[in-house]
Ligand binder design. Sequence first.
Ligand code: NAD
Ligand code: MN
Length: 361
Amino acid sequence: MSTTYRLGVLEGDGIGPEIVPSAVEIATAAARAAGVSVDWVTLPLGAAAIESHGTPLPEETKEALAGLDGWYLGPHDSVGYPEPHNSALNPSGSLRKHFQLFANIRPAKSFPGAKAVCDGADLVIVRENTEGFYADRNTFAGTGEFMPTPDTAIMMGIVTRAATERVARVAFELARSRRKKLTIVHKANVLKLTTGLFRTVCQEVAQEYPDVVVDDFHIDAMTVHLVRRAQDFDVIVTENMFGDILSDLAGEISGSLGTAPSINASATTAMAQASHGSAPDIAGRNLANPVAMILSGAMLFEWLGARHGDAALTATAAVIQRAVADTIAAGVSTRDLGGTASTTEFTTAVSKAVHDGAGQG
Ligand code: NAD
Ligand code: MN
């Protein structure tokens, strides 16, 4: 007896309508090959939802998502929204806050056969996703950014023991399942109370994981260590804004930001979302790399497999990952990775690799 999993599809803006359908096509083929039944539920979000519903994140979208097993979120071009939406919390921040998706898990792994600044990288950044220095979303009501006069802007950073502990546990569990190394990234030499608390709480949680080797670096120095020797890092845990910045860097040096996947997870639900934005500079030209979105989907299937104890979901993730790696190793990639394939040509090649892989059993 097999369960049907219900997954939301939110295309978003910019390259979203190019990369999200690509990722859904690959996941559909992989799920079929692995014997998983998926119902895809398309929901409005982004600029199109402003047109149709008067808001980039309609209530009906949030209500529908609450009843699903997880969802694919495309990037939004929130910088391009008209007011009042431009000043409001953006759709992805709203979803992370609303569903308390506290762990943003962002792997960076280079591909055999593709060019990269660091071709031996295989690391995962675990980014705290609900507080820290992202003042627009770290309060219960209102925002942690305000202007007492037109010429003065103030922001508030928040670090709590509870939020740090829960994200640290996710990071340590992940390290335990990998190479058993964890790096805490902070700026405790300057932001002593906030990022100092983050470091202290992570070090306290470390006591529960004596099998994991722990070190820590300041965020500025960490950018140097990443570029110089990314292959030495396994799991990195850090606060919201540091993690956002560091994960773009990690994605780019391991190949391209266009290959950097992520999921945003709570204990009960997860959202697949590429690490990058809507790439307005290449949108609508069939140039975008769909790998980040495709592999974010694989992460969601992996997460669902663990949550439901369903090996066929985990197998779906493996089929997706292998098909992407095989395609790139065979020399097919988009421009950002040094290749010449369009989004649709690359997608067709990955789809074929799914079928070829399924044929080999
Ligand atoms: P961006 O990530 O969209 O683009 C940065 C650079 O990376 C650009 O040169 C872009 O072409 C390239 N790039 C990104 N994804 C790519 C892909 N899949 N394939 C090939 N190249 C890719 O960052 P930005 O320019 O700062 O932001 C653009 C818009 O996206 C803004 O409105 C921003 O608010 C939004 N944004 C949304 C999210 C999200 O939805 N979670 C995240 C970041 C930025
Ligand atoms: Mn970002």
